[in-house]
Design a protein around this ligand. Sequence first.
Ligand SMILES: Cc1ncc(C[n+]2csc(CCOP(=O)(O)OP(=O)(O)O)c2C)c(N)n1
Ligand SMILES: [Mg+2]
Length: 887
Amino acid sequence: MTTKLEEAAKQDFSAEVAEWIEAFDDVVAGDWEQGAELLGTLRRRAREAGVPIASELTTPYHNTIPKHDEVPYPGDRVLERRVEALIRWNALAMVHGQNKKDAGIGGHLSTYSSLATLLEVGFNHFFHAKYGEEPGDFIYFQGHASPGVYARAYLEGRFDDSHLKNFRHELRDTPGLSSYPHPWLMPDFWRFPTVSMGIGPLNAIYQARFMRYLENRGLIKATPRKIWAFVGDGETDEVDTLGAISLGSREKLDNLIFVVNCNLQRLDGPVRGNKRIIDELEGVFRGAGWNVIKVIWGSDWDALFERDHTGLLLRRMEECVDGDFQTFKAKDGAYLREHFFGKYPELLALVSDMTDMELERLHRGGHDPAKIYNAYKRAIEHKGGPTVILAKTVKGYGMGSSQARNATHNEKKMADTELAAFVKRFDIPIPEEAAKHGAPYRPAQDAPEIVYMQERRRELGGHIPKREVPAIDFKAPPLDYFGEWTAGSNNRAVSTTMGFVSILRHLLKDPAIGKLIVPIVPDEGRTFGLESVIRQVGIYAPEGQKYSPHDADMLLYYREAKDGQILEEGITEAGSMASFTAAGTAYSNYKVPTIPFYMYYSMFGFQRIGDMVWAFADSRGKGFLMGGTAGRTTMLGEGLQHQDGHSHVLASTVPTCVSYDPAFVYELAVVIQDGIKRMYEKGDPVFYYITMYNEDYAMPAMPEGSAEGILRGLYKLKPAAGEATAQLFGSGTILNEVLRAQDILATKYGVHADVWSVTSYTELRRDALAVERWNRLHPVEKERVPYVVSALGNAKGPIIAASDYIKAIPDSLSPWLPTRLVTLGTDGFGRSDNREHLRRHFEVNAESIAGATLSKLAREGKFKPKAAQKAMVELGLDVEAADPARA
Ligand SMILES: Cc1ncc(C[n+]2csc(CCOP(=O)(O)OP(=O)(O)O)c2C)c(N)n1
Ligand SMILES: [Mg+2]
């Protein structure tokens, strides 16, 4: 029961609320932006007054830009519609025709059909190919929309009929078109590989940040250049897509624009059948501090909204979930009338003067050039942070019975009648019969629509996409520049990691190439001893260092600076890899050959972000991946999740990744010197994976003449004192165990063995495979000899190979070392213990290596089996221990 007094108070308050609303309405009617400002100010005031209010992350389900704030469309709508129709046709014809000829070859129609207008407005009005002499905007295309991008290039005269004929036929005599954006396959065309969902958007964010990094460090001029990432709404489910968006607002990346193609569908069905993906993404992006622009409804809806004074139309929209919206587009106008408008008589009345066809054609915002233009314009003008445009579209737009169907994603062909309907609807002047076969159509270059599209591109600096590699005058430092590291450590115990850090510091000081070095760490700098580098070149912080670090009075304080050189990414291996990608492709994208050194915990490398490494290779990326705390037994104490015994296997699967497992700092120096020269002076599209260990020992001086062997993968390090009857291979820190085994064998058992350092089994294998292939294809010619075989020469006896990696690595040489090779390695899960115990457990300690040598010699009749068995006991080997590979 409320009292009379309470009742009166309530009424008073209602009246006051009504007054406030009226006043607010007045302000909004004059200028909605003032209304927004007023509300913002009130919120601030409320916060000051301690009134607890939650901020709203989502706005009503309508366009962010009201009609009265739109600018008129600057393009020729008729010609642009014509161009778009021609592109749509050629994209469709190419995929359809190819699948008719070569069933199952694949391709996609429905992604581009939803994206076409979003791209066309960009191509005609926004995407700059250049800013003066500087490179232009970077566009990350949705990978599955590539047929549309090819079709445009065809109209522009960049491709001819034979290119289209060879879509997905890359292995024919004439150049083909790759399925998706792959710079490796089409190096003059695609810049960014995007087709593995999530990789494009993540790389785009870090690209935008890297652009600022280059500007803030004075390596490039600041331009209005933008990074546009076209993203699927289904693609936003990838953690990679959304996981790093806060970097955009944190670093105020107003050079970054996401356009999410909200066609409400993914591959299997609706993205959010029971909800609205646009609402969800609006909340997520706004919460992360992005400027959000929703483009939901096309201009033809504006008239309906204007006539609906009660807000009922909006209410009806907000009653629908995406599953409903999809159904409305899969069915016809009559269905929309009955099921959408028909729910309320007032809404039915609102559309009573429209035909079913007119209802069916009511456009979504993402298919309306005027709405898109206004959103893009706002996006490029927005200052202080990134923008996301959430554009509502129709998947399979214009594809007849495939439109908005759950199965539309994989549609590759259309029925004859649908093709005929398509050419009719989009007015493509080709005979019906040709249409059924998917014949391409291109008007003459002097046709008005072609002249128009070419003129638009000319105005914007040329064609896009386009990838170029400018000639760069780069001189790599010679090997004697690294004399300090090839000379050995003078008996001082250091690790290869420490050796690397001092090489890095030296490079950073170099007057010619120092500024090009980009050290990248995912919150692991201290693990590698980078404190001195932090002090030396600082951590990149676009706002400088606003605080006084607690260790300011110390020599090696935590220094952040606007022109800092280190990219300290925090705990994100994926983000760091994206930075590595931006830096490793800058030689092409920015004409600046930056040399990234990405140092990370090797276990959290390839196996965690392997797909990004693959895309990096596809991008023709260059640079050094430095896998620290390497080795399953050298990374002591940390156990199963941390001890890496297989990253070299994974590295070997990437065709352009050159990998090394050096034991000594001089080997590391030789590899880095050669890597810089190969990648940046000679221009090889390769990158390096190098493992670094944290075990300290004295680093020997580089033996004379070993450079070639180091680079090719194998050289003799320490010949036997007497005549060798066995050969020992060692890599990384385990080379020390091998040297100790050499000593045990000689002193205790009178067995002499040569010791070889194997810096790269992968390089040895690649060389041997290439030689073998040549021999296979040239049976008449004199056989060539793989490097590993010629380097071994007539070295006698079995080969015992040991490393801190799994046995598959040395075993990869078995075909060329028949019956000789015995491998020891670290197969199995790691353990928390010290190196001594780990190496005994995994049977890669000196004693196990010596035991394995004697055992193999015994099998070959060169050593008494009983003596070998006795030696095992003397060496402390537990011959009945559980197999570590399964333990
Ligand atoms: C990492 C990854 N997983 C799965 C796929 C397979 N795949 C290709 S397209 C697609 C659906 C894409 O949906 P959406 O992002 O909404 O794009 P749309 O085609 O609807 O524009 C899937 C699952 C892929 N390409 N990459
Ligand atoms: Mg989608």
